[in-house]
Design a protein around this ligand. Structure first.
Ligand code: NAD
Length: 270
């Protein structure tokens, strides 16, 4: 059964002249970065109403800095130590054979680290720090994140977390004489990251194969991209452990299924 589906999906991928690969948190799960919604995910301990908007985060900084420090640790520590997994690498390999646009909801920079060149970050990235006008301030490395994680551990353990938190996260967020700076990420209530979002809609409209990997389809407006591609005539292949609505579903983990798919599409000799 799965072999037949894999063959069909490989056929679509092999003949496509332009592929859009749409990724969510699941593609990075095997790099050790937990998804937010799955059991034990971040939203269970840190509700999105409080921790997924700038207003909520500012209010947490004022009222519960210790909890905010623990939230930032839970978010940043796995990203600081992550490396691309075999799913990211397989996606990067597709570029050898056809034009590929990656449309990612992730903020972890792992597609670029795996070698993908055309990456649209529709929810932004944690690694780029911008001022209040969206102008670049600095780019963070994983070593910078790791240093912040060390400082956050110290801040979270102190009774006066409110005093040490701003120092801990200074490379990422704070105030300078010209105004505030923060990571270029899209939180609840923000507009999608541009020009990436417009380019993502165009890629969904123009691709002839749409591959969706590790996304729950619950985050709007990103979740409308597969339907957009289907309306424009592209088959939708979905990879993930949950049942989904793709034309072809490959049920399982991206880290094992994507290398198999790329192998079947481009390396198998009949
Ligand atoms: P989501 O909506 O992208 O859902 C995650 C999906 O991944 C689920 O459907 C789950 O079944 C699936 N999944 C889990 N393990 C998988 C695996 N090994 N292979 C394939 N699929 C797998 O993400 P969310 O967790 O609800 O997050 C909400 C938002 O936060 C999204 O924008 C997401 O991109 C972002 N986020 C980003 C990161 C990151 O940058 N790595 C991590 C967590 C959340």
């Amino acid at each position: 059964m799965i072999l037949e589906e894999l063959d069909d999906a490989a056929g679509w991928l092999r003949t496509a002249r332009r592929v859009a690969v749409f990724t969510g948190a699941g593609v990075s799960a095997e790099s050790g970065i937990p998804t937010f919604r799955d059991g034990g995910g971040l939203w269970r301990e840190f509700p999105p109403e409080e921790f997924a908007s700038w207003r909520g985060l500012l209010s947490a900084a004022a009222t519960s800095p210790g909890k905010l420090a623990r939230f930032l640790l839970a978010l940043l520590e796995p990203i600081a130590t992550a490396r691309p997994n075999s799913a990211h690498t397989a996606i990067a390999e597709i570029e050898k054979y056809t034009r590929v646009t990656i449309i990612t909801q992730n903020v972890d920079g792992l597609h670029q680290e795996a070698g993908s060149r055309e990456v649209l970050q529709i929810h932004g990235t944690l690694l780029e720090i911008v001022d209040s006008h969206g102008q670049p301030v600095r780019t963070l490395t994983r070593a910078d994140l790791l240093e912040m994680v060390r400082r956050l551990h110290r801040a979270a353990d102190r009774p006066a977390a409110a005093l040490s938190l701003p120092w801990a996260i200074r490379p990422m967020a704070g105030l300078r004489p010209t105004g505030a700076y923060k990571p270029r990420i899209v939180l609840f209530g923000d507009a999608m990251a541009e020009p990436d979002w417009s380019a993502a809609m165009e890629a969904a409209d123009e691709c002839d194969c749409f591959l969706s990997v590790g996304t729950s389809g619950q985050v709007m407006p990103a979740a409308m991209l597969p339907s957009r591609a289907r309306i424009a005539g592209a088959p939708v292949i979905e990879i993930g452990p949950e049942p989904c609505l793709g034309d072809i579903q490959l049920r399982g983990h991206a880290g094992s299924l994507l290398p198999q798919l790329v192998q079947a599409a481009f390396h198998q000799v009949d």
